[in-house]
Design a protein around this ligand. Structure first.
Ligand SMILES: [Zn+2]
Length: 383
């Protein structure tokens, strides 16, 4: 493994060249054209390998992209995504830059570094491995950053037939792999009331803000820190002037859960919200759309493998539980073993400071290659 690690380090310049092209093709979740252009470029770059590339058409979001290397019966799944949180034009203010040991740019760590990793991984697999029993599927969803409303179907379909799922999301802080992720969702609470003058005829009004405030106190009491269930009222709007009885108010609520049973409890509680003031109307929309990624025994075994490969390379590999979700959550829902956070490490994801430690490209590619090599050699006996 050390020789592979060394050889990858020597390819750093070529890696950065690839990375620059990927970052400069901006691919905001709501920019179908941008996402599809990136797909076209990826298909072109990966056509130098004997891979099957398939575009999974979407109308509103970009197309999802599926690569397959090898024709074997058994499947190992790699997950990335095409989209980023940066609207087109961000690259003008935040150009791709190499600054000492860091690379910067929109989406550089979340998630474009992973494409460079898979490029070298495929190169290595073709040189070093016999893929007759296995196929490696690399799925890139187009709407991951907005919760994969369409991509989750493809993720679940592929995960259900995979022996293991390796998610190339960026590492957690301290470079840790992610063996568990919270699930969660979003709810919108809207109240319609009746407007009136606060001084002349308050009795004719029905205050939407007061009703909403009452509902919010009920909602936040659903949080249960001992189970890892947290609730955040992140945004609130309503009313017009201090001396007018408010006829409208709205709140946006973020819910995070660690336990599967909590989905039902929370969902039900939101469904059962009723108005206190019968002269107001309440409209509750939203759901818990992302199930939690729970650490299973098999996830633990995958992590141990990665940890051991790290030791061979003289790098430490830690594990973490994180609050944010990814396509790994949907994959885990199918019962497939999922190890997440195998992508590069750096910081500032989703911010103007996003950066990648360049050394992580070679390191993480080596770990990824080591994992796949071991999984193929073990031929399912590790489960
Ligand atoms: Zn991501």
């Amino acid at each position: 493994m050390l020789d592979i690690f060394q050889a990858l380090k020597e390819k750093e310049e070529a890696s950065l060249h690839l990375l620059k092209e990927f970052v400069e093709l901006e691919s905001f979740s709501f920019d179908k054209q941008g996402v599809d252009n990136l797909s076209t470029h990826l298909i072109r770059v990966f056509s130098e390998f004997p891979v099957k590339a398939e575009s999974l058409k979407e109308e509103h979001y970009g197309n999802h992209l599926r690569f397959q290397l090898g024709e074997g019966e058994k499947q190992l799944l790699l997950l990335s995504h095409l989209d980023t949180v940066y609207p087109r034009g961000t690259i003008e203010r935040m150009p791709f830059q190499v600054e000492g040991k860091k690379a910067r740019g929109p989406g550089v760590i979340d998630i474009k570094a992973s494409y460079v990793m898979v490029y070298h991984l495929f190169e290595l697999l073709l040189q070093q491995m016999n893929l007759k029993d296995y196929q490696i599927v690399w799925l890139l969803t187009s709407d991951e950053e907005v919760g994969s409303p369409t991509g989750k179907l493809a993720v679940k379909r592929e995960a259900a037939r995979s022996e293991a799922v390796l998610v190339l999301e960026p590492a957690a802080d301290n470079r840790a792999l992610k063996t568990a992720r919270k699930g969660g969702g979003k709810f919108t609470i809207e109240v319609n009331g009746i407007s009136a003058h606060a001084g002349l005829n308050p009795q004719d009004g029905a205050n939407a803000i007061e009703e909403l405030a009452f509902q919010i106190t009920k909602i936040i009491s659903l949080a249960d820190w001992s189970k890892g269930t947290t609730i955040n009222t992140g945004e609130i709007k309503g009313g017009s002037l201090f001396n007018v009885v408010a006829d409208y108010a709205r709140a946006e609520i973020d819910v995070r859960i660690e336990e599967r049973d909590e989905i039902q409890r929370i969902q039900q509680a939101f469904d059962q919200l009723r108005v206190r003031n019968p002269r107001t109307r309440l409209n509750v929309t939203g759901s818990i759309y992302r199930p939690p990624l729970i650490k299973t025994e098999l996830t633990g075994r995958l992590f141990k493998m990665a940890e051991r490969i790290g030791r061979d390379l003289d790098v430490s590999v830690e594990e973490a539980m994180v609050g944010g979700g990814s396509d790994g959550n949907y994959a885990a829902e199918t019962g497939a073993p999922v190890l997440d956070g195998l992508g590069g490490y750096g910081g500032g994801a989703h911010s103007p400071d996003e950066f990648l430690w360049i050394e992580s490209l070679a390191e993480r590619t080596s770990i990824l290659y080591g994992l796949i090599q071991e999984l193929i050699q073990l031929d399912g006996t590790w489960r």
